[in-house]
Design a protein around this ligand. Structure first.
Ligand code: PGA
Length: 253
């Protein structure tokens, strides 16, 4: 098996205040060291990137963003470009999160355009894919995931996946407290890896596929033990320092 380092990314969403974020980051920088077995990324709201890029400088915690414009520059009120994220030292950008797909009507095509914008500035996309509950119940999980993945691969080619993280996030498990069982998640992770392998075996073997959806301190270990689960994208639990730190220290045995 390829030696894929576990990645744990915090998706803070639209939560926190300057004060609470300062508290949280203080606890995280104290709790993450050279010895931490996982790669740790935090993705705050845009307005806190500047603060965090200073605080994370010379720590082992990397900075990510939750969204980006697909466009480079110009009269696009309210948008943030990939080069702006680069200015603040972002290394990762979440793209295709189900909240963006559903609440902001981001299509597969738009997700693919954003993916390109991220990579054009040498940052790593965390590409989210996942099915709705009704899609799972009608046995369409694989079909949906395949469509979401292929929309990006067809635009950028499989070679772009050398520098990509995929997050499998079943929509029914996000923020609901209903985690997919390790076996349910593993099944989809394996499907994703096999689908990529049809285009390029070595890329498929080396890419990290993380799981998201109600990951907590008490289920992270079982999830990360599965052969194709290479970490997590953590929402709610990433806002609680103790919970998140314990997820960051969950490793494959
Ligand atoms: P959750 O969110 O951990 O709160 O379920 C995960 C995500 O949306 O990335």
């Amino acid at each position: 098996m390829a030696n894929r380092k576990i990645l744990v990314a915090a998706n803070w969403k639209m939560n926190g205040s300057l004060e609470s974020i300062r508290h949280l980051i203080k606890a995280l920088t104290q709790g993450i060291s050279n010895e931490t077995p996982t790669e740790v990324v935090v993705c705050p709201s845009f307005v806190y990137l500047s603060e965090l890029s200073e605080q994370l400088n010379k720590t082992n915690i990397k900075l990510g963003a939750q969204n980006v414009s697909h466009l480079e520059v110009g009269a696009y009120t309210g948008e943030v470009s990939a080069s702006m994220l680069n200015d603040y030292g972002c290394e990762y950008v979440i793209v295709g999160h189900s909240e963006r797909r559903m609440l902001y009507q981001e299509t597969d095509e738009r997700v693919a355009e954003k993916f390109c914008a991220i990579q054009s500035k040498n940052m790593t996309p965390i590409l989210c894919v996942g099915e709705l509950l009704e899609e799972r119940e009608s046995a369409n999980t694989e079909k949906v995931i395949a469509r979401q993945l292929d929309a990006v691969i067809d635009k950028v080619t499989i070679d772009a996946f050398v520098n990509t993280v995929i997050a499998y996030e079943p929509v029914w498990a996000i923020g609901t407290g209903k985690t997919a069982t390790p076996e349910q998640a593993q099944e989809v992770h394996q499907f994703i890896r096999l689908r990529l392998a049809r285009r390029n075996k070595s890329i498929a073997e080396n890419i990290r596929i993380v799981y998201g959806g109600s990951v907590k301190a008490d289920n992270a270990n079982q999830l990360f033990e599965m052969a194709d689960i290479d970490g997590g994208l953590i929402g709610g639990a990433s806002l609680i320092a103790k919970e998140f730190l314990s997820i960051c220290h969950a490793v494959r045995k």
